[in-house]
Design a protein around this ligand. Structure first.
Ligand code: SF4
Length: 352
């Protein structure tokens, strides 16, 4: 297929020819045609901060449970949070639901077809709006994700550190995106970044953009993109309490509606702080045992060390206000995020 005239026609055409031949088969992707907006939106939200392999089973589960945006709009909050549990960055799940409801309510169940219209929906940022507009609606939108940043800074040897380099990356893409296949072009760059122009060992010898690539010509492929100096992360600690009652139930509560892991289920745990916590913070009196092995969990800005204390009760005890006893066999129907899943598993293992 011809592409629009520009000084970099040849690289764009070479890239699309490579994509037609070697692009990845992904469950949400339609090669040679328009993809369904719902599938693209759902996959793009899931893929934020998450790998393709991690997303695939969640994508399949969501599609089987809620086959279109109208079905998702009618879902219960708790059902969606539970289906999302384990995928992380839970604000995405809440925004997913808010967005589905907005599309159903305000647009009759059809996604707006422009980058601008999409951008106005909950949870759809600049990147996601451009990706949906290009891939599902064929708009000549400029799509820039991490893979595309890497490929473009290498092709053009852009040495401005990220994220300041964004306008330069955009300018290069403006000259490359073909009017007739903007969605395929974006996906071809994503695939190239994921499979050939990888962060540490790019395969320049088999790259369809090799001839046009300045970084390769200079023998400096891995020098790009230039990353900003890293800011320090916060190291925080907490003590979590896993308590089992005689009916094989554990004590859970729900995190506040705002902040990290908002609205998700948790076992009682002390405020996350720079110092250690003592057993006096336990939610009820019991023979608490501290485990030797903490759970270490890495968030974007926090390295969390969660110590664990466990106890087994000999009598059924009423749950404290705001907490509930949940059957261990029914934890799958609770929106338990990965951190607390690890804590509960470690606690139950210790309790035998
Ligand atoms: S030639 Fe090498 S550095 Fe340049 S885009 Fe291709 S894989 Fe990346």
């Amino acid at each position: 297929m011809p592409v629009t005239s520009s000084p970099v026609d040849h690289p764009a055409a070479a890239l699309l020819a490579w994509y037609d031949r070697a692009g990845r088969d992904l469950p949400w992707r339609v090669k040679s045609g328009r993809a369904e907006p719902y599938r693209i939106w759902l996959s793009e939200i899931m893929l934020q901060q998450t790998t393709v392999e991690a997303v695939k089973p969640y994508f399949a589960k969501f599609l089987a449970t809620w086959p279109d945006v109208t079905a998702l709009a009618l879902a219960e909050d708790q059902a969606v949070m539970t289906a999302w549990a384990g995928l992380g960055y839970y604000a995405r799940a809440r925004n997913l639901l808010a967005c589905a409801r907005a599309v159903a309510r305000d647009f009759g169940g059809r996604f707006p077809e422009t980058e601008e219209g999409l951008r106005a929906l909950p949870g759809i940022g600049a990147y996601t709006a451009a990706a949906i507009a290009a891939i599902a609606f064929g708009e000549r939108a400029i799509v820039i994700d991490g893979n595309i940043e890497r490929v473009i800074t290498r092709i053009a040897a852009i040495d401005t550190p990220l994220p300041k380099a964004k306008p330069e990356i955009r300018a290069v893409l403006e000259g490359m995106v073909p009017a007739d296949r903007p969605g395929d072009f974006a996906q071809s760059l994503m695939d190239l970044g994921a499979t050939i122009c990888t962060p540490k060992s790019p395969s320049c010898l088999i790259c369809p953009l090799a001839e046009a690539c300045v970084a390769r010509a200079r023998g400096q492929a891995t020098a790009f993109p230039v990353k900003p100096a890293k800011k320090g992360k916060k190291a925080l600690q907490s003590l979590a309490f896993v308590v089992l009652d005689p009916q094989s139930r554990i004590l859970l509560s729900t995190r506040p509606a705002k902040g990290l892991l908002a609205g998700m289920a948790e076992v009682p745990n002390t405020a996350w702080s720079a110092g250690p916590s003592g057993l006096q913070a336990a939610p009820l009196a019991a023979d608490w045992q501290r485990l030797n092995q903490p759970v270490i969990h890495i968030f974007t800005h926090i390295d969390l060390r969660m110590e664990i204390a466990v106890a087994r009760l000999s009598a059924v005890t009423p749950a404290l206000e705001g907490m509930r006893w949940v059957d261990v066999g029914k934890l799958d129907s609770e929106p338990v995020p990965t951190l607390f899943r690890k804590v509960i598993e470690a606690g139950l293992r210790a309790l035998g």
